[in-house]
Every structure is written in C-alpha cells, then in structure tokens.
Ligand binder design. Structure first.
Ligand SMILES: [Zn+2]
Length: 81
C-alpha cells in the first residue's frame, strides 16, 4: 500500500478528499474531509492519531512513550477476561 490513507464517503461511497488539517498534538492531527462526488457534497471532520509503535526510532524523542503493538494487543485480550 502507498499514499495517504483513503476514506470513503459514508453516504455515497465515493472518495473523501482531505481539504484541511491542523496539528492538535505531536501524535494527533485533525482533518477536514470533503466528498469528491459533486452530487453528494458531504463534508466532515475527523482525526488521525498515532496509537502505538511497531519498531522503535533510532533517534527517539524522550517525550514520546508509546506502547508497542504487542503491549497494546495484550491489554485488549486481558480486558476480555
Ligand atoms: Zn458522498
């Protein structure tokens, strides 16, 4: 897979285009989306957030401490016990 993540309009199913974005936090970005179907015209907002890490950085930012994928999965499984 390549490129930016693709979201589809929940109403007509066409592609949503990111029209604007604003960084809320180092791990969180708010995005505003617009449906590319001119007959639909739906607009909405959402978030892109970084939730966990897969492999550590070689030049880590000491302010960023994220769970690993394994730690996050372990919590999800244990919460069902
Ligand atoms: Zn639409």
């Amino acid at each position: 897979m390549a490129g930016s993540p693709q979201m589809n309009c929940p109403h007509c199913g066409e592609k949503l285009k990111i029209r604007s974005s604003k960084r809320q936090h180092i791990l969180l970005k708010q995005i505003w989306l617009q449906c590319t179907n001119i007959k639909c015209g739906y607009t909405c907002a959402g978030n892109i957030d970084i939730t966990h890490q897969l492999s550590p950085s070689a030049i880590p930012n000491p302010k960023i401490t994220l769970e690993t994928y394994q730690e996050k999965n372990k919590q999800q499984y244990s919460s069902h016990d």
